[in-house]
Write a protein that binds this ligand. Structure first.
Ligand code: SF4
Ligand code: SF4
Length: 256
């Protein structure tokens, strides 16, 4: 799977399709699972939110950036124009998730949202409304029946929902701003700003402190960095124009 095929989209599990019913809190659904670990194999599509990375880093007792270097790869999203981080599949093991160990998840209590949700999908709208839907699986094995509310609570999704909404809505706001910074910044300074974006979204976190307050601090810091880098870009452009003007003038003098 190529990087360009994956992006942040504010929805997990590939997005909602017409045959996937939305569920209300009290609605029940049934699915079967043999616990074979098959849904962790051949996975190249596990996109992480900043909160997912923070939880993994806290579980591994590593800084988020070191965790990402060890287990993730990143690119700039084709549509979002934001940094997209995904778990790096292990090629030597048929593109399995790097945390699949002995058929089990080695980071179960800190697994990413997409893993905790399965077989549900989550959709978050710009105003922060959250909807869940059921994705039919072709799996056999033990049958499970649960209401949406019970399943979300049991999988730890309910308790993290506030952070996931904050992540999705702020990323959607940044996506709208992206054409502005891409127009204002030249390639060199744009790359510097994209590194700042990755810091703000993923890396500039202390896992001893709560994630949400640091995310808000990071977004305020990022806004300041954007102003600073856009001013730097303007200074560079003015200098270039001045140099070009001088060069024309000097050329004119030597011709006379
Ligand atoms: S959902 Fe299916 S593929 Fe995943 S562990 Fe269960 S049986 Fe295996
Ligand atoms: S993080 Fe855990 S649950 Fe998710 S794909 Fe990897 S091994 Fe499976």
């Amino acid at each position: 799977m190529k990087d360009g095929e994956l992006d942040l989209c504010g929805a997990e599990s590939g997005g909602h399709a017409p045959d996937m019913p939305y569920l209300a809190a009290g609605d029940s659904f049934t699915f079967q699972c043999a616990g074979c670990g098959g849904c962790c194999r051949g996975r190249e599509d596990l996109v992480l939110s900043g909160y997912d990375l923070y939880r993994l880093a806290r579980r591994l007792d590593l800084p988020p950036k070191i965790t990402a270097r060890a287990f993730c790869r990143s690119h700039i999203g084709t549509v979002s124009r934001l940094p997209v981080l995904r778990l790096a599949p292990v090629k030597a093991e048929g593109n399995n998730c790097p945390f699949l160990s002995g058929g089990r998840c080695a980071v179960h209590e800190a697994r990413p949202l997409a893993c905790a949700l399965y077989p549900l999908g989550q959709e978050i709208s710009r105003d922060g409304t959250v909807r869940y839907y059921f994705q039919k699986t072709a799996c056999g094995g033990k049958a499970f029946r649960a209401t949406l509310a019970d399943y979300l609570a049991a999988q730890g999704v309910a308790e993290r929902e506030r952070c996931d909404v904050l992540w999705a809505t702020r990323c959607m706001e940044l996506e709208q701003q992206a054409p502005g910074w891409e127009a204002a910044l030249g390639p060199v300074i744009l790359r510097r700003f994209q590194a700042k974006l990755a810091d703000a979204l993923y890396y500039r976190f202390d896992t001893a402190r709560p994630w949400a307050e640091q995310f808000c601090e990071n977004l305020a810091w990022l806004a300041g960095e954007r102003v600073r880098l856009e001013a730097m870009q303007q200074t560079l452009l003015s200098k270039k124009r001045m140099d070009a003007f001088k060069s024309i003038n000097n050329g004119g003098t030597s011709d006379e």
